[in-house]
Ligand binder design. Structure first.
Ligand code: ZN
Length: 155
């Protein structure tokens, strides 16, 4: 295993072993790499969203650390599938309820939510990597949950 993949694996394990939403040990991993943590207010939003996690740091934070590792090993990182690795991680921290059950896990306001979902079926944009809906009231180009690009950049 290359030094690059070893480092990726270490980061993956640290994120996975962190408590739900991250903890002090994970914060220090992020700090070591100079990766920017999610603002507390965004963590709150995500913890209350329908993108349920049972443990571990948020996928987007693992992505930020893996991006720093990739920048350190540009040659090894050329063929690295960042989105799939982030998705693999998400599969490990989500509740065991099978694929496509994201919406069934909404603990509060399920009926209200599905109503809203029906109404906004054609306008709600979902992340192609993890399925998180884009929050309409906020402006951002990358999925808040996993960090995957939501839009194709034209510049
Ligand atoms: Zn996503």
């Amino acid at each position: 295993m290359s030094e690059f993949l070893k480092e990726i694996d270490r980061a993956f394990q640290s994120a996975w072993h962190a408590s739900k939403g991250g903890d002090a040990a994970w914060s220090s991993v992020m700090q070591t790499y100079g990766a920017e943590p999610l603002p507390e207010v965004d963590k709150e939003t995500l913890l209350n969203s329908e993108m349920k996690i049972t443990r571990g740091a948020f996928p987007i934070e693992l992505r930020r650390v893996m991006e720093k590792i990739a920048a350190k090993h540009p040659n090894d990182a050329k063929d690295f599938a960042m989105d799939s690795k982030v998705f693999e991680y998400y599969q490990k921290i989500k509740p065991f309820s099978g694929l496509g059950d994201i919406f069934a896990n909404a603990s509060t306001g399920t009926a209200k939510y599905s109503q809203g979902l029906k109404k906004e079926k054609h306008s709600t944009m979902k992340c192609k990597n993890c399925g998180a809906p884009r929050l309409e009231e906020m402006q951002y180009d990358n999925c808040m949950f996993c960090g995957s690009a939501l839009f194709v950049r034209t510049d």
